[in-house]
Design a binder for this molecule. Structure first.
Ligand SMILES: C[S@@+](CC[C@H](N)C(=O)[O-])C[C@H]1O[C@@H](n2cnc3c(N)ncnc32)[C@H](O)[C@@H]1O
Length: 265
């Protein structure tokens, strides 16, 4: 157990009660949600196509099982698993009618938190829920140990440097800083070299890691700066238009980065 576990457990209990098995449960912004799904599915496809036998995929911190359900439909031949810490979200994931995915309650800070090795691990905004570097590095080491050599670790996690840049952009427009939530601890730029020492070598993804930067600039800075008093703030045609009109991955304004690591000997 960690020092901030009560914060995490209370936070996800509230979300479980408010959103149940829906896609909004841990992510209000559905552009981010959909882009995360695309990132994971295309990286899984690229990785698994190069394998001769079906792969074992584990979603660490699977929440209410929303992503697992999408993966189950997209990858009918693969073995899927999900680990979840919050008892409330675990119950929802267990009862959502997954046909093949095995869901277990557990803690990724515990050594050997999964009963067997896997080919691919996903974390979707999970490591940032561990509120000290000691706990985060334990989880990374456990993930590295769980992967077969040549296996892949796909992360969608938040980082401090782009968060600072995002708030610089907001300050220019006289907007308040977006704080880091009490249930999050963002990661540092030095992560790649630390993971390298654990045997997780960063490789180039199909998308650049800052893929969401354009969306973050548009949704967290630009739209607020031009919105007239009383205008609609969220899920606007404005946002839809500019997200389509502009290329993705411009600047460094997205705290959430998509990164890909390969387990080496
Ligand atoms: C952003 S949510 C993941 C969303 C999920 N993939 C989905 O499809 O909705 C992060 C999850 O990590 C879980 N988590 C937090 N600490 C954990 C730990 N130590 N071990 C395993 N899971 C943990 C949280 O309970 C939460 O469900």
């Amino acid at each position: 157990m960690g020092k901030g576990d009560h914060i995490i457990l209370n936070h996800y209990e509230k979300l479980a009660k408010s959103f149940g098995e829906g896609p909004h449960c841990t992510m209000q912004d559905q552009v981010i949600r959909q882009k995360e799904i695309q990132f994971f599915t295309q990286e899984i496809t690229r990785f698994c196509e190069s394998k001769s036998k079906p792969s074992k995929i584990l979603d660490v911190g699977c929440g209410n099982g929303y992503l697992l359900e999408v993966l189950e439909k997209s990858f009918p031949n693969y073995t899927l698993g999900g680990l979840e810490f919050s008892p409330h979200l675990f119950e929802i994931a267990k009862n959502r009618g997954l046909e093949r995915a095995v869901v277990k309650q557990g803690d990724c800070r515990e050594k050997e938190f999964w009963p067997h090795k896997v080919d691919l691990v996903i974390t979707e905004r999970v490591i940032i829920n561990l509120l000290s570097w000691e706990e985060q590095s334990k989880a990374f080491q456990n993930i590295a140990d769980l992967l077969h050599e040549g296996g892949l670790y796909l992360m969608s996690e938040s980082f401090r440097t782009p968060w600072i840049q995002l708030n610089k952009g907001r300050k220019e427009m006289l907007m308040d800083e977006i704080p880091i939530s009490p249930h999050n601890r963002y990661l540092s730029d030095k992560l790649s070299s630390v993971l390298d020492r654990m045997g997780l070598k960063e490789i180039e993804g199909i998308w650049p890691s800052n893929y969401l930067s354009t969306h973050f600039y548009l949704s967290r800075i630009f739209s607020g700066a031009v919105k007239p008093k009383g205008g609609v703030g969220k899920n606007t045609l404005f946002l839809e238009f500019f997200n389509e009109a502009l290329p993705s991955g411009i600047g460094n304004f997205s705290p959430i980065l998509f990164r890909v690591f390969k387990k080496v000997a």
